[in-house]
Design a protein around this ligand. Structure first.
Ligand code: LMR
Length: 393
């Protein structure tokens, strides 16, 4: 039967990871996959998470099943982290998932059950895995205009025009913050306009929030999703702990849904858990348990927030330093937008050929669309890096 299969198309981001690993050059630089790196180029286990893991090791008496929803206290804590007090808790339900991707897939399958003919509208561009996840769930997916490469901002009027024409019952995928791959986010006024449009047109928001705490701050990054949750009847949210708890490989996230009322939320939640039963049965526990311990323990929570804030501040400094170095080396303000955007990614706005030359001539790895990982930038030598970039323009 395998002879019927064609080779799978490689995933651009993961293929880049492998190319980088196999590159024997010293001085190579990985600005590809979205992983936070500190001053020494390491991705450390966060202090509070390490302490939570130690406590877990000491106190965990069994590894028996937790059930379809995973760790119930983790789910509650994630609802609090993402929504604060902005939404009616009686209408919110959460299920623990393997990473944010697991949440996206679970919710996509729920959409397919509830509205099999719905189209999911995704921003152009978006995280390269969004379309495959939606299509794997059997959903139709279309793009709406989002990023304006000329201004490095959001094409808001075009976005609103496209969504205004979407049929009632469709779903709109939005990045909660730190848009991946562009770093161009919506203002709170724009979120409000979108909320009105969604209500008026009968569209359901599906928010991917994978970088909460990496942009403007933990609460500020959730302001858009919270505003939606205070106004729309229904909402789907995929939250990831990979980045803000730095538990990438352990896979922890949450699929959260807001129903029109508690009864509908319960029904949808039952179906959501049933979908999970058919994919992974029950979610993996370890990182979610550590995150739950951190969020429930006042001292650990405070320390986690402080470390996350230091991570965010470092990325801001790197953004500013890199934009300045590029200004000096290119004698232009062409790259100034890097200092104004937020989160882990921006796009350099260079061609695929120029991206390939950066890799072959200088050992600098960025994604084919020009996306680079801000957290992968070196603290020293930004001018050297900027000069190499300018040399391929
Ligand atoms: C990224 O966009 O680099 C990360 O979300 C990692 C991934 O799975 O693609």
């Amino acid at each position: 039967m395998f002879d019927t299969l064609k080779p799978a198309a490689p995933d651009g981001i993961l293929a880049l990871m492998a190319l980088y690993r196999d590159d024997p050059r010293t001085g190579k630089l990985d600005l590809g996959v979205g992983v936070y790196k500190d001053e020494s180029g390491r991705t450390p286990v966060m202090r509070a998470v390490r302490e939570a893991e130690a406590r877990l090791h000491e106190t965990q008496a069994t590894k028996t099943y937790l059930g379809l929803a995973g760790d119930v206290a983790f789910n509650e804590a994630m609802i609090g982290l993402v929504f604060g007090d902005a939404a009616d808790r009686s209408r919110l339900r959460a299920a623990q998932t393997p990473g944010g991707t697991g949440a996206l897939r679970l919710l996509a399958d729920l959409i397919k059950l509830a509205r099999p003919d719905a189209t999911v509208w995704v921003p152009d561009p978006t995280w390269p895995n969004h379309m495959p996840i939606l299509r794997a769930a059997g959903l139709k997916a279309e793009v709406y205009p989002y990023f304006d490469s000329a201004t490095a901002g959001v094409r808001f009027d075009a976005m609103i025009a496209a969504l205004s024409a979407a049929p009632t019952g469709d779903v709109v995928l939005l990045h909660g913050c730190c848009h991946n791959p562009t770093g161009a986010d919506l203002s709170i006024e724009q979120w409000a306009t979108i909320a009105d449009l969604l209500v008026e047109r009968g569209l359901t928001p599906f928010v991917d929030i994978a970088y909460q705490g990496f942009g403007l701050g933990l609460d500020e990054d959730a302001a858009g999703i919270r505003l939606l949750a205070s106004r729309v009847p229904e909402l789907l949210a995929a939250a990831s702990c990979s980045k803000n708890f730095s538990v990438y490989r352990d896979r922890a996230g949450a699929a959260i849904l807001l129903g029109s009322n508690a009864t509908e939320a319960d029904t949808a939640y039952g179906q959501l858990l049933g979908v999970g039963r058919g994919i992974w049965s029950m979610p993996p526990d370890h990182a979610a348990a550590a995150v739950r311990i951190v969020l429930q323990d006042e001292a650990l929570r405070v320390d986690w927030k402080a470390e996350l804030e230091a991570v965010r501040q470092r990325m801001l400094r790197l953004r500013e330093g890199f934009a300045e170095a590029l200004r000096r080396q290119s004698n232009s303000d062409r790259f100034d937008f890097i200092a104004h955007q937020r989160g882990m990614f921006s796009r350099l706005g260079i061609s695929q050929e120029q991206v390939a030359r950066l890799r072959s001539e200088h050992g600098i790895y960025i994604v084919g669309d020009g996306r680079f990982n801000v957290a992968g930038l070196p603290d020293i030598g930004l001018d050297d890096l900027a000069a190499k970039i300018v040399s391929v323009l």
